[in-house]
Design a protein around this ligand. Structure first.
Ligand code: NZQ
Ligand code: ZN
Length: 384
């Protein structure tokens, strides 16, 4: 039977073409707003102009240059500016990095201790944070309507969760995603897929709704993901991907069920130490996790094989092998790497990754909390 849970997702979603205009009424006119964004994609695709128009009656300033895998040093510059100028509302415009970075800024601007990094690195709880709204331009992370934020300081890439930093509202206009490069489209689809897998591919607890919602998201991503690459102008495809990515990590499919997240935790070490795109770390690690943990995950692997790929013939082992092969084939169709060697990493890099896991306390991972360093090593060796 599924576990007891309480569920509340407070983020209001404005979905569809033209919805950027909704920010005019979402953000109180009395507030002083900071618009935070990344390296300038929003200027090239017209999103910035739409924001300027929608905020014509607001008082606002901007902060640009939040990089992919947002860095503490950059974010602290925004905090300084917020304090100097009395900003009291944050609007993140961009992908997961901008939204995650803005979440850190929102908490850091109100932090009363010595170093705001302690919240993320030591798990000190956020007492206050500035309100955040966001306009998402890259469907992938789910950050637009969840309480998670992943920030890096040097090689330390740390995930953190607090309901205080969850956006008040999120605008999801699929037309903003038409300017994405094929690489970022692929990354987004694969990240969303693995978010579903981390909450689905564990062990059965008779959670029929969560399982079928999760399977619906996986099937949609398999159907639409490759189309986004072959028919890049198809807005209907983008809309389905965008809504799938939000639903994949807004908490809904994860209620009352065991969760894994080992793929993400190993993946964060690959990004922190070697700068590999987040989703590309996941497409390398997940197939190895499926292989290494096939006994613990057997029941769900067989359900996944049947319901996602229609695999019903053969022994249990054969069906599991076929499901793993199909998963790898999907990742290949999305043009992402599936082995460490595809990103020019090898055996000699494994120790660096394992020390990172140890340093960050990632020594009891997985749905049973039993994946220690030796198990992570086995996973990484399988990923070679
Ligand atoms: O900086 P700009 O110029 O905006 O360019 C970005 C960036 O270079 C570009 N981009 C975004 N929207 C675009 C666009 N280019 C053209 N057209 C558009 N519409 O894409 C590049 C990558 O952006 P980024 O925000 O880094 O990508 P993504 O959304 O995949 O976010 C990845 C980050 O989110 C974290 C990851 O670890 C990583 O740091 N995650 C956050 C999670 C969460 N908060 O729940 C969960 C995830 O598992 C993940 O860990
Ligand atoms: Zn992810």
């Amino acid at each position: 039977m599924m576990n007891p849970f309480s569920y509340h997702n407070p983020t209001r979603i404005h979905f569809g073409e033209g919805q950027i205009a909704a920010i005019t009424n979402e953000i109180p006119k009395s507030s002083k707003v900071m618009v935070l964004y990344g390296g300038g994609s929003i200027k090239a695709n017209g999103v910035y102009d739409q924001v300027v128009k929608a905020l014509s009656e607001h008082q606002w300033i901007e902060f640009s240059g939040i990089e992919p895998n947002p860095q503490y040093d950059t974010l602290m510059k925004a905090v300084e500016q917020i304090k100097a100028e009395g900003v009291d509302y944050l609007l993140a415009v961009g992908g997961g990095s901008v939204v995650d970075g803005t979440k850190f800024v929102a908490a850091a601007a109100c932090y009363e201790g010595q170093d705001p990094w302690d919240m993320w690195s030591k798990g000190i709880s956020v007492k206050h944070a500035l309100p955040i709204g966001c306009i998402l331009t890259l469907p992938a992370t789910g950050s637009e309507s969840n309480k998670a934020s992943v920030v890096s300081r040097g090689n330390d890439k740390i995930g953190y969760m607090s309901s205080k930093i969850q956006p008040v509202f999120a605008v999801l206009d699929p037309t903003t995603t038409l300017s994405l490069s094929p690489r970022q489209i692929s990354n987004g689809v694969v990240d969303a897929y693995v978010h579903v897998m981390e909450q689905y591919l564990t062990f059965p607890v008779d959670a029929k709704v969560q399982d079928r919602f999760a399977e619906g998201l996986l099937l949609t991503l398999i159907e639409e993901g490759p189309k986004a690459l072959t028919n890049p102008d198809d807005l209907a495809v983008r809309a389905n991907i965008m809504w799938s990515a939000t639903q994949a990590l807004n908490g809904l499919i994860g209620v009352g069920v065991p969760q894994d997240w080992v793929t993400h935790m190993i993946g964060h070490e690959l990004t922190g130490n070697y700068g590999i795109d987040h989703a590309r770390t996941l497409s390398i690690v997940l197939p190895a996790v499926m292989k290494e943990r096939r006994q613990e995950k057997a029941a769900k692997l067989l359900q996944y094989a049947e319901r996602i790929f229609g695999i019903t013939e053969g022994s249990d082992d054969e069906r599991i092998d076929a499901a793993i092969a199909k998963t790898e084939a999907f990742f290949k169709a999305m043009q992402v790497p599936t082995r460490l060697k595809d990103v020019e990493l090898g055996e000699s890099d494994i120790d660096v990754l394992l020390s990172g896991l140890e340093k960050h306390g990632m020594t009891a991972l997985g749905e049973h909390g039993k994946i220690g360093i030796a198990d992570s090593e086995a996973i990484l060796r399988t990923a070679l």
